[in-house]
Ligand binder design. Structure first.
Ligand code: ZN
Length: 529
């Protein structure tokens, strides 16, 4: 891995003179002004992408309509699209331009189970009861990155700028299911920098492990196999796979007291058998093992395997396990983050209307969160946490250990929400998400221009990557050679809900906005008592 990095660095160093000549005579500040105006000019398309992907509401690995729609827009605009990359049907790579630097954009596209919600309504009101929905706001990311990419393409053509723009979807981020496979498939091997974007209630970026940024993890399913028998007539002939699940969980709960405080581990029972009078021959449990670094995550993973083995010994069953996701804790590049912060400050927060603030405050009140409306100021550059305590995860972490990367947080949602729920979907097809995505697209375009026009910045980013970030820590994948992307996941759920969701797909040829199509008054809030 390390050798490959050196080679890439060498290559970009060799190509430096040609980049500078190609980009000569174009002033960066003027280009940035042009980019900002061009993003504003695409506001209607940005809004349509936010609304359309919101209406598709597709779960991880089943982002079929989303992929078809986004790649269609990119192809129509001259991007070359390769589909089904890394053995994942809904993954793709879209490319425009040629030569160095190669700037890759990535953002998530999948949604959350049971998070269906009418946008613009400040209380729980599902579009379809029990259906998936964008209760994390991943519907806005492609609007951000595609808008930025279309603007960059136009500027590259007009001003004859060398460089390659590449877009990749964060398929199945909610399952931490793809980025390690993307890395293994070499999707980033010639990338110079990666600009990730993620929805937030704030406008912010950070470097290193950041403030409150995530743990890494492995997500593992244990399938126990026993022997069926009549549970009353001949129980002694059976061996219960469910007993093994119960004992593994009990073992884990006792052991939890003696684990580091930084760990987070949780499980759900995937299969507990069919009916009580049949000794369950099959049962399964799904664990997330989270920790702060590779060795500790690996340790938890091995402990999980030990617990599973021990449970089989106690119950006379067997087990096999299936890794369905993995993620390194992210580490972001200081050089790119510093450039990005300047662009965040230049772009500034969107101008929220009274209606936007009314929706935000009503939702905060509804869920008993702090009532403070939407943020009005961008966040100051945040320093890395001194003693990270752990928390959520994001599989972009694996990318960030293979190429200099940052993660832009753009302000397209309401503060103080619980995350992964209907409440996080309320603003996601309203002017809050539309304006926030336009602001995010500006920063993505401006930061890309910084690196397209200043090859020395690319070198500085790699210098930080090699000499600070990876000086002592080297990337090792959690994947074994046999591990494959879990592309069957969520299939049944989407087969159940897709026909119902289809009736609510957004039609921009008939309605200006999705709110208009649904006939929702903006904002819809409960009457004050
Ligand atoms: Zn996310």
């Amino acid at each position: 891995m390390k050798k490959m990095f050196r080679l890439t660095g060498l290559l970009s160093a060799m190509l430096l003179p040609s980049i500078s000549t190609a980009q000569q005579g174009v002033e960066l500040p003027a280009l940035k002004q042009e980019a900002t105006a061009d993003v504003d000019g695409l506001q209607t398309l940005t809004q349509q992408m936010v609304d359309e992907i919101f209406s598709f509401s597709e779960l991880g690995f089943q982002e079929v309509e989303t992929s078809r729609y986004v790649t269609g827009i990119l192809e129509k605009n001259g991007f070359h699209v390769e589909r089904g990359v890394a053995g994942i049907p809904t993954a793709w790579v879209a490319t425009y331009g040629s030569g160095k630097p190669v700037i890759a954009f990535i953002t998530d596209v999948d949604c959350i189970p049971r998070a269906s919600q009418k946008p613009g309504v400040a209380y729980h009101a599902p579009i379809i009861e029990g259906a998936p929905g964008h209760g994390e706001g991943h519907n806005s990311g492609m609007a951000v990155n595609v808008t930025a990419a279309l603007v960059l393409k136009k500027l590259m053509d007009k001003h004859h700028l060398a460089g390659t723009i590449r877009l990749i979807p964060g398929v199945a981020e909610e399952l931490l299911g793809t980025k390690a496979f993307y890395v293994r498939a070499g999707l980033f091997k010639d990338a110079d920098i990666v600009l990730g974007a993620h929805v937030s209630h704030q406008f912010a970026t950070t470097y290193a492990t950041g403030e409150g940024i995530w743990s890494g993890l492995v997500s593992v399913q244990y399938f126990f196999h026993g022997k069926a028998a009549h549970a009353a007539a001949r129980p002694w002939e059976g061996r219960s796979a469910l007993d093994a699940v119960s004992l593994m969980n009990a073992g884990w709960e006792f052991r939890r007291e003696h684990l580091r405080l930084q760990q987070r581990s949780h499980y759900i029972v995937l299969n507990g058998g069919d009916q009580p009078n049949v000794v369950p021959s099959e049962a399964a449990v799904w664990y997330y093992f989270r920790e702060l670094d590779y060795p500790h995550i690996k340790e938890l993973y091995e402990l999980g395997d030990t617990m599973a083995q021990a449970a089989t010994m106690m119950t006379g069953t067997t087990v096999d396990h299936h890794l369905v996701g993995s993620a390194w804790p992210p580490f972001f590049n200081k050089v790119i983050a510093e450039a990005q912060q300047k662009n965040i400050e230049a772009v500034g927060m969107p101008k929220w209307s009274d209606a936007d603030q009314t929706l935000a405050k009503a939702l905060q009140k509804e869920i008993a969160a702090k009532v403070e409306g939407l943020k009005e100021k961008v966040e100051p550059f945040s320093e890395p946490a001194k003693n990270p305590a752990g928390g959520g995860s994001d599989d972009v972490g694996d990318i960030s250990w293979n190429v200099p990367m940052v993660y832009l947080m753009y302000p397209a949602n309401i503060p103080n929400l619980p995350g992964h729920s209907w409440a996080n979907g309320v603003a996601m097809a309203t002017p809050i998400a539309h304006k926030g995505s336009t602001a995010g697209a500006k920063v993505q375009a401006l930061t890309a221009l910084d690196f397209l026009l200043q090859p020395e910045l690319v070198n500085q980013a790699w210098d930080y990557f090699r000499n600070v970030q990876t000086k002592e820590i080297h990337y090792e994948t959690f994947l074994s050679a046999e591990d494959k992307p879990a592309i069957e996941m969520n299939k049944e759920k989407m087969e159940k809900f897709a026909p119902q969701l289809k009736k609510f797909y957004y039609d921009p040829t008939r309605y200006k906005t999705y709110l208009e199509q649904l006939g929702t008054q903006y904002p819809t809030v409960k009457a004050q008592p």
